[in-house]
Design a protein around this ligand. Sequence first.
Ligand SMILES: [Zn+2]
Length: 216
Amino acid sequence: MFEGCVEIRNHYSDYLDGSCDPLARKSIRFHLSYCASCRQELEGWETMQADLRGMRRLQVPPELALRLRVEVSREAHRKWLGWLRVWLDNVLQPVLLPASGGVLAAVACFCLIMGSLVVPVSKTPDVPLGSPTPPAVLVLAPIDFNTPDAAVIVVVPVDAVGRPMRYRVLSGATSPELLRQLDRVIYFSNFQPATWYGRPTDGQFVLSLRRITVRG
Ligand SMILES: [Zn+2]
């Protein structure tokens, strides 16, 4: 079936994985029975495979895993917004005349808002007793906060009485001035503690801050 050594060696990966068809497998075995050079090459492949199998799987630290998840969700959000913009351009441009465009857009927005105000009737309680709820921001401190570029993402642990504890910055700028602003925003805000079986407990949540402007 196979012509020479090079052709045989191109099938080593399938041969070792057991995914070769029976004819190819027979042909390779026959070639190996008389070609010492190809046998030696195959032994090299087998050693490499055994080494790869013996490698220890590295555990990703939880903090890095969380940071990666935040980055992935941020990227997905950006892509989704871009896709929505293109879709709206494609859908709206052919149907809207310049004069009626504003009116139609206003009617569409009104319908969307009215639709979102209708609360579906549900027979189940809002928060089933058995499910845990994460902490949440009740009132964000009215303090000016402004990041120079990307949003600052922090993990904020909140205790059972809603007090924020020592937070960790996951990503974003961390200049001393910004950290001072961040301290004031977090320690002067009001939080709702996490719950477990309806009872307040310790918990933590991820907060993304970009800009808070206080007027008046
Ligand atoms: Zn050979």
